[in-house]
Design a binder for this molecule. Sequence first.
Ligand SMILES: *[C@@H]1O[C@H](CO)[C@@H](O)[C@H](O)[C@H]1NC(C)=O
Ligand SMILES: *[C@@H]1O[C@H](CO)[C@@H](O)[C@H](O)[C@H]1NC(C)=O
Length: 469
Amino acid sequence: MMATPIASSISISFFSCVSLFLLLCSSKNGYALGGGERKTLQSNFHSVQVNSLLPASVCTSSTKDKRNGASLKVVHKYGPCSHLHEHNTENAPTVTEVLRRDQSRVNSIQSRLRQNRVKESKATTIPANSGKSLGTGNYIVRIGLGTPKKDFTLVFDTGSDFTWTQCRPCLGSCYQQQEPIYDPSLSSTYTNITCSSQQCSQLSSATGFPPRCFTNTCVYGVRYGDSSFSEGFFGSETITLTPSDVFPNFLFGCGENNNGLFGGTAGLIGLGRDPLSLVSQISSKYGNYFSYCLPSTSSSGYLTFGKGGGSSAGSSLKFTPLLSNSKAPSLYFFDIIGIKTAGSIIDSGTVITRLPPAAYDALKTAFRDQMKQYPMAPAPRLFDTCYDLSKYNSVKIPQISFLFGGNIELPLDTKGILYPINGSQFCLAFARNMAASDLAIFGNVQQQTLDVVYDVAGGKLGFASGGCS
Ligand SMILES: *[C@@H]1O[C@H](CO)[C@@H](O)[C@H](O)[C@H]1NC(C)=O
Ligand SMILES: *[C@@H]1O[C@H](CO)[C@@H](O)[C@H](O)[C@H]1NC(C)=O
């Protein structure tokens, strides 16, 4: 390893925070731009085969599988490991569409926080027509519902709280899903929640909309950032995660009118911090502790409730404090204090991670400097630093690490650094926020293959590399 002097290194200090997946941060302290400092750093690059950055078209199953707790297999909604798309490939969105949806989700996160700022200053008015949920995730798991149990494939999302599934008789309308639609009349354990019950009143915080009432049955409605929605009866049912993890009286939405970008799944699992989220509802057994590994599109990862998740990483897990924000109490916040790339340190500092403008610009400048031997290519919206790698079999790309609160360093996988647009064009996989006050978001492309542990009771988030492939 050779130490290389870097002519102009850039450093940025963030005293603000950034979030994971759905995490926002109040950047009340803003950030400070430093820089110009001369530093001697090791020049660290990944040598990668260009092909390995592209999504594979065959499913390779992950080998690690010795976990305690209730562990579910996670696959990408549109990848080759998803059984939903074996017969159904026309549903897979284009890259442009994926990026457009990602931006809708981010806009909804940003507006939710702005709206809450307004709300805070003007005392208490409940927003009339905006849901609090953020959008639909890209990763799916299978769980069992009802008695006798039937299996359903659901998207899971740490940015929302409410769990629902499409429900017969689909009084409004149901979109197409792969499995037969859940029918409460075929289950001996389904019950409607009544309008006067205490559970019915919990809907406001879990969905962002006050409940309505229909012939004494409590009615929920939930709307996502990309204008997808579900509405229907609020019910309770037995949910089966694994044969030994069966939970009666799970509160969920029996969706009679549903529309949106759910990609053939039966609905959504909410993993936020609200009392109605799945995590909270099974906390008597698992103590508000869960973990996941989001695999690359062509492999499988896990979603595990209870300790034992991330166990393959064991002592290599590094923890950062889990923070909360009264403006968005159901989201998971943590601090990103900096970003480090080969050659430059950016000191203290959704699909695609969003960064404050100054941090993004510094990262971009450093990255371009280290990639200058490669030809640049036109950039689709959202990106501005793209390369045409069609002439290369292998390339050297700078390593990038995130520095989190608690002073832990997390190196990103190469797939979290360069995002493939097509077979020849690859872009720096980060996007620039519009305003310095917008929240930074640590997106799921950057989380891929990491063990991510949510120790909510212990107040910390853990990370380790190599949780899945
Ligand atoms: C739940 O309530 C709806 C609306 O009142 C009703 O149509 C449905 O039959 C009820 N289901 C059960 C299982 O009671
Ligand atoms: C990749 O996309 C860029 C523009 O987004 C286009 O110019 C180029 O021709 C595409 N290449 C292939 C191989 O599709």
